[in-house]
Write a protein that binds this ligand. Structure first.
Ligand code: G1P
Length: 301
């Protein structure tokens, strides 16, 4: 399909947020609190992802939750007591920031009863997504970009009408933590260094077996055939149903593109990545950046 068939390519209206993982990389903070609720400066991780998709033009959010994740539902819900308190105190800015969260979007929730893998989590959203293309966001991957990363992927999707995954170059000693693609560059919009047509992919290969240094980052635009493909695959890496294996299956009869997005990605599900993101985001804040920079300058290492 190409842009000449524009109008025949269905619009992406829904975004799925898998959020049922156990957050073991962040224990003990995640023992009684979902990792998606860890705050970067003053917003929980998942809100960065939600705002990214809203700014990309998607309004329907589906969150795949599990046990112990009710804080996520409360966060996006209306809090009458809190709003009342802030109103009575005349704290207008805080009131607006609290209301903004619940006004943001339409959210549906579905449970993943057991953490059986990312592919399995996405499959739980099948009935809510229906027969239409959709986005997937892994909220651990926080991406700071001028054009939201999901918008960049949607631009590629809207041109080709095919699934698209976000890609990033990763050093060899880190590559085995990712889904890795074997891909050929494709000229697009006058550039030849961002878009790839994927030939193969593998979840968490050993460094010596990795087909390239191009890792999949947690942003996907998927066509609905992915559900049948996920249903067809067996448990893979870590004994889990992997989304990467589903995509590899889909590749048998559908093209998949990869896009090396513009922006900075933080692995906020990892302690060091989380600290880096916290510092960078705090430095960028109009109200905190100045005093925080001053504090950092005065630190003795
Ligand atoms: C998941 C995916 C993997 C991808 C990664 C990006 O892995 O399975 O393919 O590269 O997200 O963050 P996880 O980090 O959940 O182990």
């Amino acid at each position: 399909m190409s842009h000449t068939m524009e109008g025949m390519i269905p619009k992406v209206r829904k975004a799925v947020f898998p959020a049922a993982g156990l957050g073991t990389r962040f224990l003990p903070a995640t023992k009684a609190q979902p990792k998606e609720m860890l705050p970067l400066v003053d917003k929980p991780l998942i809100q960065y992802g939600v705002e990214e998709v809203i700014h990309s033009g998607i309004q329907n959010i589906i969150i795949v939750t599990g046990r112990g994740k009710s804080a996520i539902e409360d966060h996006f819900d209306v809090s009458f007591e809190l709003e009342h308190l802030l109103e009575s105190r005349g704290q207008k800015d805080l009131l607006a920031s609290v209301r903004g969260v619940s006004d943001m979007i339409d959210i549906a929730y579905v449970r993943q009863k057991e953490a059986l893998g990312l592919g399995h989590a996405v499959l739980r959203a099948k009935d809510l997504v229906g027969p239409e293309p959709f986005a997937v966001v892994l909220s651990d991957d926080v991406i700071d970009a001028e054009i939201p990363c999901m918008r960049q992927l949607l631009d590629v999707y809207e041109f080709f009408g095919a699934s698209v995954v976000a890609l990033m170059e990763v050093p060899k000693d880190r590559i085995s933590a990712y889904g890795v693609v074997d891909a050929e560059p494709v000229a697009h919009n006058g550039a030849k260094d961002r878009l790839y047509r994927i030939c193969n992919m593998v979840e968490k290969p050993k460094a010596e077996d990795a087909p390239s240094n191009l890792a999949i980052i947690g942003r996907y635009v998927l066509t609905p055939e992915i559900f049948t493909s996920i249903e067809a695959v067996q448990p893979g890496s870590g004994g889990e149903i992997q989304l990467t294996d589903g995509l590899k299956h889909l590749l048998r009869n559908r093209p998949i593109y990869g896009y090396k997005f513009e922006g900075t990605r933080y692995d906020a599900g990892d302690k060091l990545g989380f600290l880096k993101a916290t510092v960078e985001f705090a430095l960028k804040r109009y109200d905190l950046g100045g005093p925080f920079r001053e504090y950092l300058r005065g630190m003795k290492f």
